[in-house]
Write a protein that binds this ligand. Structure first.
Ligand SMILES: Nc1ncnc2c1ncn2[C@@H]1O[C@H](COP(=O)(O)OP(=O)(O)OP(=O)(O)O)[C@@H](O)[C@H]1O
Length: 366
């Protein structure tokens, strides 16, 4: 894999206005994405994970300017995406494609596969007219559809096949980056695996870069080079997949990981239950946004926003976390006594069964 940077997202914010009153004035904002920074290298698969509403899809849409970002910069292949004119942006869209969760909703039910793929190529004008039919057949075969299905409508296909049409449509304009927004979430598990394998193969063969958006860490484990964990509009942790799975730092990442079913019945899994619901992105909590649900939260977490900090000496800059607690442990400043009262309080009040957190508390003490 080359290490050339393809996408650079810096200090990206997406605030959606909330209108109110007779005059329809902006009375507040939904802080859907609030100051996030990350990069994706050419040929990489980076996944953004987190609970519903944490801002994953908004991030994808903002990169493509399907919604105009409030603040920040997006650089794609060295070009300032947010500075492009409408015409330049249209051209750029052939380099950056998106595949949505529900292929049925994103395909025109009145258009056959031939018409759908032809339309995509026509809009972007990347394939000469007389070559389009051959290209459509080639694309269908590439994604595992058969050429005799070319004049069929979306309702004549299964969910997995429809997602393959969506992939073929994205590929038809020779993209460099494909954003897969919950692209396999609506499919049965076995079909999910087929589509993920297809995407992996296409990546190898066509030199593609993927930004995967998913709520399920288990699904993206085997396809991702790196993982970005988001909570309430912020990145709380990011790192190489192996590192995130084997050495998660943020209590939220640990909770997400603990929710993945373990196939081995002999292996005891310790589920971390988070208390309460995700707070509103209109009025997010002060300090660390996760503090209202975090068993380790201290006064510092309520007051200071943790910075996504790379601990180079430990992770060689490849794994970063925004959490006072995790950073205190890493730097040896962790005060076990303080954490103990905190965790015990949560356990007492809410009857939580957080064995792994209790164990960690002990480890930190020793
Ligand atoms: N156009 C919009 N106008 C107002 N609020 C919006 C808009 N789009 C998204 N939001 C809000 O922004 C927040 C983030 O939404 P987003 O769809 O990015 O979350 P998500 O992490 O992708 O969730 P899911 O997994 O359910 O798709 C949510 O609170 C959502 O209600």
């Amino acid at each position: 894999m080359t290490t050339k940077q393809l996408l650079k997202v810096e200090n990206l914010k997406q605030y959606f206005p909330i209108k109110g009153g007779f005059l329809g004035r902006t009375v507040n904002h939904v802080k859907a994405v609030d100051d996030i920074t990350f990069t994706i290298n050419k040929g990489e698969t980076v996944s953004v994970v987190g609970e519903s509403g944490c801002g994953k899809s908004t991030t994808g849409r903002a990169i493509l300017r399907l919604d105009e970002p409030t603040e920040g910069t997006v650089e794609f292949d060295g070009q300032d995406v947010l500075g492009l004119s409408k015409a330049e942006m249209r051209k750029m869209r052939s380099d950056m494609q998106i595949i949505f969760q529900d292929p049925y909703a994103s395909l025109n039910p009145r258009k056959t596969v031939r018409q759908t793929l032809n339309e995509a190529m026509e809009i972007q004008n990347v394939v000469p007219k007389k070559e389009r039919n051959d290209k459509i057949i080639e694309l269908m075969e590439t994604v595992g559809l058969q050429r005799h299905q070319i004049d069929r409508f979306p309702h004549e296909f299964s969910g997995g096949q429809r997602q393959r049409i969506g992939i073929a449509r994205a590929l038809s304009v020779n993209p460099k980056l494909i954003i897969c927004d919950e692209a396999v979430s609506a499919l049965d598990v076995s079909i999910q695996a087929q589509v993920l394998n297809l995407l992996k193969r296409l990546q190898r063969e066509m030199d593609l870069t993927f930004l995967f958006i998913a709520h399920d860490l288990g699904v993206v484990r085997h396809i991702s080079d790196r993982i970005i964990v988001m909570y309430l509009g912020k990145i709380v942790e990011m790192g190489e997949t192996k590192s995130i799975f084997e050495n998660p730092q943020h209590p939220y990442t640990k909770a997400l990981l603990s929710a993945i079913p373990v196939p081995n019945p002999k292996k005891k899994s310790e589920r971390i239950f988070l208390r309460g619901d995700v707070p509103s992105p209109i009025d997010p909590p002060s300090g660390c946004r996760f503090h209202t649900r975090c068993p380790f939260a201290t006064d510092k977490c309520r007051e200071e926003i943790p910075v996504l900090e790379a601990k180079d000496e430990i992770y060689e800059g490849r794994h970063t976390v925004a959490c006072h607690y995790a950073l205190d442990i890493q730097s040896g400043k962790h005060e076990a006594k303080y954490e103990m009262t905190n965790v015990r309080k949560v356990l007492d009040e809410e009857g939580m069964d957080n064995e792994s957190m209790a164990k960690e508390r002990e480890d930190a003490k020793n």
